[in-house]
Design a protein around this ligand. Sequence first.
Ligand code: PLP
Length: 358
Amino acid sequence: MTSISVTLTGNPQDKPSTVKEMGFGKLFTDHMFMMNYRTGRGWYDPRIVPFGDLSLSPASLCLHYGQTVFEGLKAYCGRDGQVRLFRPDENFNRLNRSNQRLCIPRIDPQFCLEALKQLVTLEKDWVPRQEGASLYIRPFVIATDPKLGVKSGDEYLFIIILSPSGAYYESGLEPVKIYVESNYVRAVRGGMGEAKTGGNYAASLAAQDEAHEQGYSQVMWLDGVEQKYIEEIGAMNAFFLLDGQVVTPGLTGSILAGITRKSVISLLERWGIPVAERRVEAQELVLAYERGLLQEAFCTGTAAVISPIGELKWREHVMTMNGGETGPVARRLYDALTGIQYGTLPDEMGWTVNVCHI
Ligand SMILES: *Cc1c(COP(=O)(O)O)cnc(C)c1O
């Protein structure tokens, strides 16, 4: 692929100085990466340009039929001034798996990583230095053909935007309240559950709104066929500590393969803590809870890293985990992962990629 052209902005913005100003996903840096695709030509015109609105036909395919995929990862600035990415190759490989499911052409993951490093290096002053804050990275692809016929597109845009974001937890890990959703489902086997695509999020909104109305922070999704087996929690993967063994739902086709999930499994194996990927029935949790064997529950994802569950409700059963406090396994995983991401712990697995120094 040709080299990346760079057009610098004429009016750089003031950067947020406090994590409060940052929040999540509402401020964007001065530049973005873009490239186009056309059938017969392939990906072309990779460029870094000033962040700004897109000009699209109102008939663009993505706006009507949801042919779009995305990724989410972060750049972290350590106390040593080193800016690191966490397993970005996994994100770009997953982007290609999502692309495949949605008939979007493959993008060279190596080129994506080079483009991302170049963009983050240009925007390095936007990488927050505050403890726990980071630069959130959102790569995405949209089909832009200006045609209403239902078919996979011939024209695409691949874009990477960057957003400084504050610490997910302002005052340490905070356990959340979750209920098991028994009306809506998020995804079914053979559907798009394995792909990171907007449609799955659209499918989850009604349940999330209802959960919020009832004072819960998220829902736990059951499988779409029997509505028996646990799949995910909100847009995170689910883990349980059952009688000394960590279990997480196996990747059966409707679950998003989280990179945090994969990393958690590797850490547990390394620590000699038994971990199993298998089907987990909601009923099994209740039985374990009644016998005092449901010791911890937590979810995993890039945004929060680890989100401990303090209370879990399924039908008439209200289960309180670890007295509503963060459990020791969730805590240890959180400390290990964030330690690697911010460079305060040795990266023995080779998970981080250095980008630049500030
Ligand atoms: C992104 C995502 C996750 C978490 O994946 P990570 O790679 O750990 O951030 C889990 N479930 C869904 C539905 C997701 O979209």
